[in-house]
Design a protein around this ligand. Structure first.
Ligand code: CP
Length: 345
């Protein structure tokens, strides 16, 4: 099975079969057990991961970096402003940028994997451009490219999310998973987390509800893929425009803010963040609080990828309360990424 993974990119879960995703979860659980038992697992001894971060990060950077150390390898942190910032053809600025095709081929001669985070300002909020750049790296590098979050997908986060559900509920069948929009004072939030979450949850056969106020629809291609997975893998997929209705009987609630795809290019001519702010401000009641948690199943868990906007997306009582599993979820980033790196690199 390991040979099926070697050399492959990890950009979206859509590129992997359900069986392959289950294998990654199995390997992650094995590596988690080994770490807990203090057993060495130097599967990437002497290997190098180059991490390019166009955006800030706490969890992603540190889980990849610690993960590579634990696997016996090393992760280099690359700030695009301190190298010649990798740029697409047409975006080049003399002696400030270097074409992605060149950066990819240089790093591929020196290391064993490249991981990239890019969304939002570095791609002028043009939806799909960050994903295109990550795929451009994959086109040119003959070593695995790992997506650390682009504007469409955050596949490593989704892997940690489903590992956490598996651990809390012992499996996925019959689990009602609610991915809900929640209010934030910031409109600068990509769609990657909810999009990858609904792909992963439907692929695992959960009963998935996507909830958001009208105007905050996700990418129709992602919704279509989720509907198809729900049919194929025995779960269900529905959309609600009512947070309370969505929470009824839920086993997993995942309330998180994301921006309006309708107000960024290519749907709008330029980013219209003020319009999105108006839409957000009409929906300040989309907060995960104790009253809404009471609507969910008595054993329900509260999830969030973090960082969260306390007092806006969620109350302190919920995120710090007994139903919150956010730190297990954050820890699981380490274990799933170690599995992805060990299998692909
Ligand atoms: N969840 C997540 O990706 O966190 P960071 O932005 O801190 O990496």
């Amino acid at each position: 099975m390991r040979e099926n993974f070697k050399g492959r990119d990890f950009i979206t879960l859509l590129d992997y079969t359900k069986e392959e995703i289950e294998t990654i979860l199995d390997v992650a659980q094995d590596l988690k057990r080994k770490r807990a038992n203090g057993k060495p697992h130097l599967l990437l001894a002497g290997k190098t991961l180059f991490m390019i971060f166009y955006n800030q990060s706490l969890r992603t950077r540190n889980s990849f970096e610690a993960g590579m150390t634990q696997l016996g390898g090393h992760a280099h942190f690359l700030d695009p402003s301190k190298i010649y910032s990798p740029a697409l053809e047409g975006d080049e600025k003399a002696y400030a940028t270097e074409r992605v095709s060149d950066v990819a081929r240089v790093l591929a001669r020196m290391g064993d994997g490249i991981s990239i985070r890019i969304y939002g300002d570095p791609v002028e909020w043009i939806y799909g451009k960050a994903n295109y750049l990550v795929n451009n790296f994959a086109q040119w590098a003959d070593i695995p490219i790992i997506n650390m979050e682009c504007d469409k997908y955050h596949p490593c986060q989704a892997m940690a999310d489903i590992l956490t559900v598996k651990e809390k509920f012992g499996g996925f069948s019959g689990v009602k998973f609610v991915m809900s929009w929640a209010y934030s004072p910031s409109v600068h939030k990509p769609l990657s987390v909810p999009q990858s979450a609904i792909i992963a949850a439907t692929m695992m056969g959960m009963d998935v509800t996507l909830a958001y106020p009208k105007g905050l629809e996700l990418d129709p291609d992602v919704v279509k893929a989720s509907e198809e997975y729900a049919k194929k893998f025995g779960g269900s997929f529905s959309i609600s425009n009512d947070m309370r209705e969505a929470f009824e009987g839920a086993h997993v609630v995942y309330p998180k803010s994301w921006t309006s795809k309708h107000n960024i290019p290519p749907e709008s001519e330029k980013p219209e963040m003020e319009k999105t702010k108006e839409l957000f401000d009409k929906n300040k009641d989309w907060i995960c609080d104790e009253e809404k948690m009471k609507l969910a199943h008595k054993n329900a868990v509260y999830m969030h990828c973090l960082p969260c906007d306390r007092g806006f997306e969620v109350t302190n009582e919920v995120i710090d309360g007994p139903q919150s599993v956010v730190f297990d979820e954050a820890e699981n980033r380490l274990h799933v990424q170690k599995a992805i790196m060990a299998l692909t690199m």
